[in-house]
Design a protein around this ligand. Structure first.
Ligand code: PEP
Ligand code: MG
Length: 575
């Protein structure tokens, strides 16, 4: 079959070349929907036996689980679903009263609950729905006697191709020594994806039609560095990737060896290299090396996909935990960046025609002052337990900053009156992610304590190219001269006022951009945990020459920048 390429999302980065092996997760058939009265007892018994077998298997899997403790809870929640008395009561009643077969009763009742969760159109309940689906599938496999999900003759080096990963399947894959999988559906934040990262599986998801297209035995390249799967590569592509794989393995080894060495360039420029974290990723953050704290702690996940609004106390506990974990380094708590594509069902808000140009980030917080105050108070209280900085997203200009600062000061007064401890000198910074903020950065730098460039949004707003639009990647050009000018303007404004300027957008995590950014003079970066070691190794390659090359380069022309980044600076990021 001819070579084909599929674009998707990286669940956990890596590069793997192997043989495709399709794994059908829904290969049961419910042959009998109804039973006769005489079969009632046998049917209830077979349900009990299936429950007991799955319970034993789940317990064994929990014992053997090698991922993070926090992720173990995902599998523990499946045990609770399996034992849910209401669900089991209804299934048993349907067998007895409606004479449904056990499989049909399981199918019907689980589906009802899943449909209910799905209809709520909320990420939290979508997650619940997929956990129920996982347990439902396990029960149906047992009850219909369909084949085990993973064949016993699995060979090392085979890559699993799935319709969609499920937590229990991911766990089994890891236990069987499978190194990588790709899936037609799935999202970065699903429980299956969280477990994949915890269990160190290289994985790609959301690859349209891959499951229908792949045949067992096909050669498959999982380029989970660039979010691509390549099926049946031609000889040139295969050679190219075999070379890349060697280099990648070498760079991983180098990065690991250098993990504990200082994060500085050859000519002695110390670079602060921090982490971008959120509730989902904080526990899988780098174990090696010594990150200079957290440069971006995304907090909106406290609101997204939750059942209730997080109160001050629960937020305080989260912020305190992360502040203590990274002390004496700083943790930059970014206030909620709700709005845009991050909508919480907990806060009623009017539909917007252009959500990305609407009530987003700091605008949303200023419009929901009580919510904002609760968060600020919680973050301030956490500042007594480590080095906390506060950062405001989507600031358009100084008035946004001043309005927010007034609220921060009011919260400080409240806490002081209550005798609650906080850091009165807590730094208050802004994200530069709207072109107006970059263009007004000089004025902002006078008043704020630090600035951090969010290139993900800055690129989208500068070039009017939706960051999530897969058809617009040719327009979404992070190295565009317009973007670089805004970044440079911000850097210069910070330097003039003696205020730190960092970059916390994805651009800083992308190897090919790192030498350019270092050469431009950025000394503080915050990157995704999975890229941290590699970024450090690249920084350690940067030298005097690099600074000279970038200084002389023409950053006004896209083609000159492309030549610079993708040709001349290549030796610095090709480890
Ligand atoms: C950014 O916009 O670059 C950024 C870091 O914020 P987010 O990706 O959360 O919008
Ligand atoms: Mg942003």
């Amino acid at each position: 079959m001819a070579m084909r390429s599929f674009n998707g999302i990286v669940i956990r980065p890596g590069l793997v070349i192997g043989e495709a092996r399709l794994l059908k997760t829904q290969n049961w058939v419910i042959r009998r929907h109804h039973i006769i009265q005489d079969e009632l007892e046998a049917e209830q018994n077979s349900l009990n036996a299936a429950l007991a077998r799955i319970r034993a298997e789940m317990e064994q899997q929990l014992q053997a689980f090698k991922g993070a403790d926090s992720d173990r809870e995902i599998l523990e929640s499946h045990l609770l679903i399996l034992d849910d008395p209401e669900m089991l009561g209804q299934i048993r009643a349907d067998i007895t009263d409606k004479l449904l077969s056990a499989a049909a009763a399981v199918e019907e009742n689980f589906q009802r609950v899943r449909d209910h969760f799905t209809a709520l159109e909320d990420p939290y309940f979508a997650q619940r729905a997929s956990d129920f689906k996982d347990v439902q599938h396990r029960l149906l496999h047992e009850l219909t006697g369909s084949s085990a999900q993973i064949p016993q003759d699995w060979q090392p080096g085979q890559i699993a191709v799935l319709e969609e990963a499920e937590p229990s399947l991911v766990n089994k894959l890891a236990q069987m020594g499978v190194e990588a999988y790709c899936a037609e559906h799935g999202s970065y934040t699903s429980h299956a994806s969280i477990l994949s990262r915890s269990l160190k599986l290289t994985a790609l998801a959301s690859l349209p039609n891959i499951f229908q297209t792949v045949n067992n035995g096909d050669t498959l390249i999982l380029d989970a560095l660039q979010g691509k799967a390549i099926l049946n590569p031609d000889a040139d592509t295969l050679n190219l990737y075999q070379d890349l794989l060697k280099k990648y393995q070498h760079s991983q080894e180098t990065a690991c060896q250098e993990a504990e060495l200082p994060t500085q360039t050859q000519n002695g420029q110390r670079i602060k290299l921090r982490l971008n974290l959120d509730l989902n990723t904080e526990l899988e953050a780098v174990k090696q090396g010594n990150p200079d704290g957290v440069g971006l702690y995304r907090t909106e996940f406290l609101y997204l996909g939750q059942e209730t609004l997080p109160d001050e106390e629960s937020q305080f506990q989260v912020y305190r935990r992360i502040a203590e974990r990274y002390a004496p380094h700083s943790v930059t708590i970014r206030t909620f960046d709700l709005g845009g594509d991050k909508i919480s069902h907990l806060i009623p808000s009017a539909p917007e025609e252009n959500p990305y140009l609407g009530l987003r980030g700091i605008r949303f917080s200023l419009a929901h002052q009580q919510l904002f105050e609760t968060q600020i108070r919680a973050a301030l209280r956490a500042s007594a337990f480590g080095r906390v900085k506060l950062m405001l997203p989507m600031v358009a200009d100084l008035k946004d900053f001043l309005a927010a600062r007034e609220i921060v000061h009011a919260c400080m007064d409240q806490l002081a009156a209550q005798g609650l401890a906080f850091d009165p000198d807590i730094p208050l910074g802004v994200m530069i992610e709207i072109p107006s903020a970059a263009l007004c950065s000089e004025e902002l730098a006078v008043h704020c304590d630090f600035m951090s460039i969010g290139t993900n949004d800055l690129v989208q707003y500068t070039l009017a190219a939706d960051r999530n639009h897969s058809g617009l990647t040719a327009y979404y050009t992070s190295h565009h001269p317009a973007v670089l000018k805004l970044m440079q303007t911000t850097l210069m404004a910070g330097e003039k006022q003696g205020k730190a300027v960092s970059i916390c957008g994805e651009m800083a995590s992308q190897a090919e951009y790192l030498p350019l950014l270092i050469g431009m003079g950025f000394k503080e970066l915050s990157v995704a945990p999975a890229s941290w070691l590699n970024c450090k190794a690249i920084i350690r390659r940067c030298d005097e020459d690099l600074f000279k090359i970038v200084k002389k380069a023409d950053l006004n022309s896209l083609s000159a920048i492309e030549n610079l980044v993708f040709e001349r600076l290549k030796p610095y990021y090709n480890l």
